[in-house]
Design a protein around this ligand. Structure first.
Ligand SMILES: *Cc1c(COP(=O)(O)O)cnc(C)c1O
Length: 369
């Protein structure tokens, strides 16, 4: 087997597969003179809503802003608390802070690294307004008991589905389970634009209306600004590109699932923990994460063989300098804290080849030999 470099991420290979379709889509937009909130954004919103099994989708400028506007639409504001996890990307928690609300962190399950739903109730107070579960790495949170709690306490449920386009839970798609779903189309995400982008999905008309108004300067009618809104639209060229990519998404997810199954098989028996998948979910493997206490050594070992791997996320949000004021100390979240230094992501993208997956697995095997 000849050795080739295998980067941790490679989005240009995907571009090579679809470049003619992408060029045609962009070429159609450019002469129209409509670059903002035009027919491609509207069509993409319909197609993406259908894909996510919701009635509506709203194109937004980024995943971060999708979360921010979704929380605002739910009425989250100063003095409120929003429950989420410590081991997420910073944007999940910044969105809570942008609303003036306080993030309240709940520890995760040791096997899936998703929110431990049985620990949520103890963190609910009279100020709790919403629960913000993150479908970590592409596997959906155990939503049924979470939704039951939310109903009991009358809380909004905002899904951070930035890792989980197309993921399923008991046949229901990410973004359709809570009141609102928030997606990122950052280039490296499962469905990525060639720039920034995001979307909110919902079947709730009140939320739909608020999010649309918030997205574009607080107006239903041009030049009549009913509230202080934002300038956070998805642009027409990105929407045209996303429409092309959405048609391929299920194929790409199946390819990722195939590589994940091969990794599972080839890494079996090694002293690493491979992803643990619940029986009722369709994991979409935004990333393929393994756990080992020898992470730093393994990253170096793989890098020396031209293989990219990386920790995700290396410093939990409550311990970030930006959140020192919350007063958390390492050990507050025993499960997340004990795993954070052990998690690493191996190369995972649809365009991997079988030889590459075998080469990565062989290198991991060699490390532990
Ligand atoms: C990428 C990501 C976001 C933010 O999306 P952007 O489009 O980069 O603003 C939010 N939450 C999670 C979990 C993400 O991975």
């Amino acid at each position: 087997m000849s050795e080739i470099a295998i980067p941790g991420e490679n989005i240009t290979r995907q571009y090579e597969r679809i470049k003619d379709e992408v060029a045609a889509a962009i070429a159609e937009v450019l002469p129209t003179g409509t670059y903002v909130l035009g027919p491609n954004v509207r069509a993409f919103e319909e197609e993406f809503a259908a894909y996510c099994q919701t009635r509506y989708a709203v194109g937004i400028s980024s995943g971060t802003e999708a979360l921010h506007l979704a929380l605002l639409a739910c009425g989250v504001g100063p003095g409120d608390e929003v429950i989420t996890v410590p081991n997420t990307y910073i944007a999940t928690v910044f969105a809570i802070s942008y609303c003036g609300a306080k993030p309240v962190f709940v520890d995760v399950e040791p096997d899936t690294f998703n929110i431990d739903v049985s620990s949520i109730e103890a963190k609910i107070t009279s100020r709790t307004r919403a629960i913000l579960p993150v479908h970590m790495y592409g596997q959906i949170v155990d939503m049924d008991p979470l939704l039951e709690l939310a109903r009991k306490y009358k809380l909004w449920v905002v899904e951070d589905a930035a890792h989980a386009h197309g993921a399923e839970y008991k046949g229901r798609r990410a973004g359709s389970l809570g009141d609102v779903g928030c997606f990122s189309f950052y280039p490296g995400k499962l469905l990525g634009a060639y720039g920034d982008g995001g979307a909110v999905t919902t079947s709730n008309e009140m939320l739909l209306d608020r999010i649309r108004v918030l997205r574009y300067m607080g107006q239903h009618k041009k030049y009549l600004h009913e509230i202080i809104g934002y300038q956070e639209r998805l642009d027409e060229i990105q929407a045209a590109i996303l429409r092309v990519k959405l048609r391929h998404l299920d194929t790409w997810i199946e390819e990722r699932r195939r590589w994940a199954a091969l990794y599972d098989q080839l890494l079996a028996g090694l002293p690493v923990v491979t992803p643990q998948v619940r029986s009722h979910v369709r994991h979409v493997y935004y990333v393929y994460t393994i756990r080992t206490p020898r992470r730093e050594e393994l990253i170096e070992f793989l890098a020396a063989r031209g293989i990219g791997s990386w920790p995700m996320y290396p410093l939990e949000v409550p311990y970030q300098p930006a959140y020192q004021h919350l007063g958390h100390k390492f050990g507050d979240f025993p499960v997340a804290d004990s795993h954070v230094s052990e998690i690493l992501c191996l190369p995972m993208y649809a365009e991997l080849t079988e030889q590459e997956v075998r080469q990565v697995a062989a290198a991991v095997r060699e490390f532990f030999a």
